[in-house]
Design a protein around this ligand. Sequence first.
Ligand code: UDP
Ligand code: MG
Length: 163
Amino acid sequence: MNEDLQRTLVLVKPDGVQRGLIGEVIGRFEKVGLKIVAMRMVWVDGEFSKKHYAEHVEKAFYPGLEAMITMGPVVSMVLEGVDSIELVRKMVGSTEPKSAPPGTIRGDFAHVSYGYANKKGIGVKNVIHASANETDAKKEIELWFDKSEIHSYTTVHDVHILN
Ligand code: UDP
Ligand code: MG
């Protein structure tokens, strides 16, 4: 990989998969020129959820989050590009769909608030996960993918960002 590029982990969460939003979400990332370098559909269990969401396991909302992330398969992928971690988080929008601006994935495809979800004891269904920073991206990519599943290939965008 070009040393000046970053890789980040993205999941289309079960709510996004069940709503038929896989293509819509992936299409947005393709259109900005990010490169998909790994991809898989996987139905995770509670044990794997606790690894992925280790920072949240002790929090009050965790049981609802685990129920949500294990309710069906997710589509996991690694996206590569210039400052891709920050760029993807910008495109994803803030965690609470109610606060996520229109134009972001969460703002365009979800609407629920923390208040509502917490009162109901359910996870906030916000369609997508994306690594928050470089440390998380490295950890998450290692958790979700074997090195051999991450591919190096050339896209037309490479011509535009390398020259
Ligand atoms: N979450 C939830 N209730 C909360 C906070 C978070 O169900 O009160 C869920 C939500 O799906 C969120 C995930 O837990 O995307 C991880 O939370 P985090 O704060 O890391 O948000 P993210 O990094 O996904 O924006
Ligand atoms: Mg997070």
